[in-house]
Design a binder for this molecule. Structure first.
Ligand code: SF4
Ligand code: SF4
Length: 697
């Protein structure tokens, strides 16, 4: 530049700009590399995790969830702010890199950014810096004035993170101001009388600063130019090195976290990656007991959390006051990792993760048992952070140590000895179907080597043994019969699907149940399986191997309605307003949202409303399987909250498609004092009621 000295030649503290800035660069890069290397140490000590398959699918997800910020708009204000900040950073990346080089090569221009392309890029980045700056101001105001509840840190989880967040937001704002001031001082110097005018984007932050500097003398502009650059460099490297100490580390790790994110969320993590079921007896210890038992990817999750609180905001356990907040499962593990793998000093041996606080543990037993594995947290997380696998792994560790809640010990024993959590006799399993009156309406055969069928109706424990839920079994059988399905049940040969057993960490018991059922299914010779229980559906579909394809009854009904094989009588009670509650293991875990709704909408005269939380934001009713036996500490039942949501939506009939939802919701209707005003019905029962039959049954 002709009118102010180049950065490289300016002298400050007896050193030239070139040397000063080069020293800052080298120091910044070395510090950052050292800190990141230290942060990677636990990942190398963590357990295996196979995340290197299907690279194209993974790249596609990076484009969608990282570059496309796909999940951000689920929270409109914060999401929009984040998209602007992220887009601003992406646009500014090249500019920041060019600015770093300017101190050694004043006239450096990024390849491809000379001439018109360069001016266009500069204009865009002037606006990008302005938008990022404004977003920082708005974000600080949100944090200080509006204080969104999901950012709060309850006392039991430690100190609030607001001060740290504001500090970081301010640093980014300072970086944008320094960047703008640097460009403005140079432009103002060049626009002195007799010099060609450097055009900055009108009304951008650099443009406003340039206008403010219009009458500033050249020497002052020179000092501002140098000072702004120094501020930019120091802030840039400080931010770079400070980020790995807190939530902002996600800026570096998020791309990798999304690339390596789990591709098939519905498939539960094996006990050990690379160890087959046959060799599990050689595994010395199951599950996660110490920090190093987590897989490297799960540790990367801990580093990648942005502390946005969306997971906990959607967690039903958190909503009803159970001692679980998924955000803090991550935050506590990250803090633990930072403490035990310090940047300065040696890594020290970790203690058991689950136990009392006094012994240095970070999770309580109740915290880990409180999860219903509903998946709401994972559905919401913009960074695809995983929770269910971690929680199941922690439970596996507790079960391995014989640490099972009292209330679960009896049902687990019964599952081991009788194949169902109620301890009922196997021979009574088909009583619901063999009752004389029902046999006169619908004959359900029990499959064996002489009695075959195309389709197996897998009933599972609750529908087989619970008096109320047996009605769902009978309705399902009648529907299958109505559509001409050649079907049968396994009867005494069927054991519990083991779905919840697995999610409660009892892998060995699950394997025994699975193998028994798989053998019985294969022996029956069926070609497909139908079930009305989403937990059984999920287990058969994802936890079992080599069994015929499985469908949920809602899928069968929807298909037959579309094919015209099922027709409905109109709803008689015009006052009824229906709402559909998505069971977690049908909706979020298996993406079956439309079939049940399509069936309801095909019933003439049925008025249907949606609850505020529906489809992939459905609110768990309280959990199924063994969760029915667990007695958590909570302020309110999840089911009660759900029933209130239905009432708020204006519904007086809750339709669901899961026997466990039915238990929780019917119970909640009583607890909420809504008996007489609200009822619950299973989709299969409603269809059975409304179906047009040639000979009425
Ligand atoms: S799976 Fe459901 S209950 Fe468990 S932590 Fe996530 S949101 Fe909470
Ligand atoms: S886990 Fe995901 S949703 Fe939860 S606080 Fe962290 S980034 Fe946000």
């Amino acid at each position: 530049m002709e009118n102010i000295q180049s950065l490289a030649q300016m002298t400050s503290w007896l050193v030239t700009g070139r040397i000063l800035f080069l020293l800052i660069h080298i120091l910044g890069v070395v510090c950052f590399a050292y800190i990141v290397a230290k942060r990677l140490v636990p990942l190398f000590r963590g357990n295996r995790d196979l995340r290197f398959n299907r690279p194209l699918v993974r790249l596609g997800r990076v484009l969608k969830f990282w570059l496309g910020q796909w999940k951000q708009p689920r929270y409109k204000t914060a999401g929009t702010l984040h998209i602007f900040i992220f887009a601003g950073f992406i646009l500014l990346a090249l500019r920041a890199f060019s600015v770093l080089i300017v101190c050694v090569s004043e006239n450096f221009v990024m390849p491809g950014l000379s001439g018109r392309a360069g001016s266009t890029y500069n204009t865009i980045t002037d606006y990008a810096a302005t938008i990022v700056f404004l977003c920082m101001v708005i974000a600080v105001i949100r944090r200080l004035v509006f204080k969104p509840a999901r950012y709060a840190v309850p006392a039991r989880y430690g100190k609030g993170h607001t001060a740290d967040a504001i500090f970081l937001l301010s640093l980014i704002a300072i970086l944008m101001v320094a960047d703008g001031l640097f460009a403005a001082a140079r432009a103002a110097a060049q626009s002195q009388p007799g010099q060609p005018l450097e055009v900055l984007a009108a009304f951008s932050l650099p443009w406003m600063l340039q206008s403010a500097l219009a009458s500033t003398s050249l020497p002052t502009l020179g000092r501002l130019y140098f000072g702004a650059y120094l501020l930019h460099e120091v802030t840039f490297y400080f931010l770079l090195c400070y980020r790995p100490f807190g939530i902002q580390f996600h800026v570096e790790t998020s791309l990798f976290n999304i690339y390596f994110a789990k591709l098939d969320r519905e498939i539960l993590k094996p006990v050990r990656w690379g160890v087959s079921d046959e060799h599990l007896d050689q595994v010395k210890s199951f599950g996660v007991k110490t920090f190093e038992d987590f897989t490297w990817k799960h540790m990367l999750d801990f580093y990648s959390c942005a502390d946005c609180g969306r997971c906990s905001d959607n967690c039903p356990a958190n909503a009803v006051g159970r001692p679980l907040s998924p955000r803090f499962i991550t935050v506590k593990a990250r803090d633990y990792s930072f403490q035990h793998y310090p940047v300065l000093g040696r890594a020290n041996n970790g203690t058991a993760l689950v136990g009392s606080k006094d012994s240095g543990s970070i999770y309580s037993e109740d915290e880990i048992w409180s999860c219903t594995t509903c998946g709401a947290c994972e559905q919401e997380c913009p960074l695809l952070i995983e929770y269910i696998d971690k929680i199941v792994d922690l439970r596996r560790g507790m079960v391995d140590d014989g640490n099972v809640p009292q209330s679960l010990q009896k049902p687990l024993k019964a599952l081991e000895s009788r194949g169902n959590p109620y301890g009922k006799m196997e021979k009574k399993k088909a009583d619901w179907a063999n009752a004389k009156e029902f046999q006169q309406i619908c004959r359900v055969k029990t499959l064996d080597s002489r009695n075959g069928a195309d389709t197996l109706y897998f009933v599972d424990s609750i529908t087989s043994y619970d008096d109320r839920m047996q009605a769902i079994g009978r309705a399902t059988a009648k529907i299958l019969d109505h559509v001409g399905e050649k079907f049968g049940i396994l009867g005494a040969a069927e054991r519990d699907s083991g779905h919840e057993v697995r999610r409660f960490g009892e892998e060995t018991l699950f394997m025994a149940l699975r193998d028994h059922n798989a053998d019985a299914i294969k022996a029956s010779g069926v070609r497909r399986i139908v079930t009305a229980d989403p937990h059984a559906y999920n287990a058969l579909k994802h936890d079992y191997k080599d069994v015929p394809p499985v469908e949920h009854i809602s899928q069968v009904i929807a298909r037959e309605v579309r094919a015209g094989k099922i027709k409905f009588n109109p709803i008689e009670n015009e006052k009824n307003v229906y709402t559909y509650h998505d069971p977690c293991y049908l909706g979020r875990h298996n993406h079956i949202y439309d079939d049940p709704r399509d069936v309801l909408d095909a019933i003439p005269g049925l008025k249907r409303v949606e609850m505020s939380r529906s489809r992939d934001r459905s609110f768990c009713c309280g959990g199924g399987g063994l969760m029915l036996f667990y007695e958590p500490k909570e302020d309110e039942r999840m089911g009660v909250k759900r029933v209130k949501m239905a009432a708020e939506a204006g519904a007086n009939v809750i339709v669901t498609a899961c026997p466990f939802c039915m238990v929780n919701i019917e119970d909640a209707i009583k607890v909420a004092g809504l008996e007489g005003n609200m009822t619950a019905i299973d989709l299969a029962e409603l269809v059975d009621q409304q179906i047009v039959r040639e000979c009425p049954t």
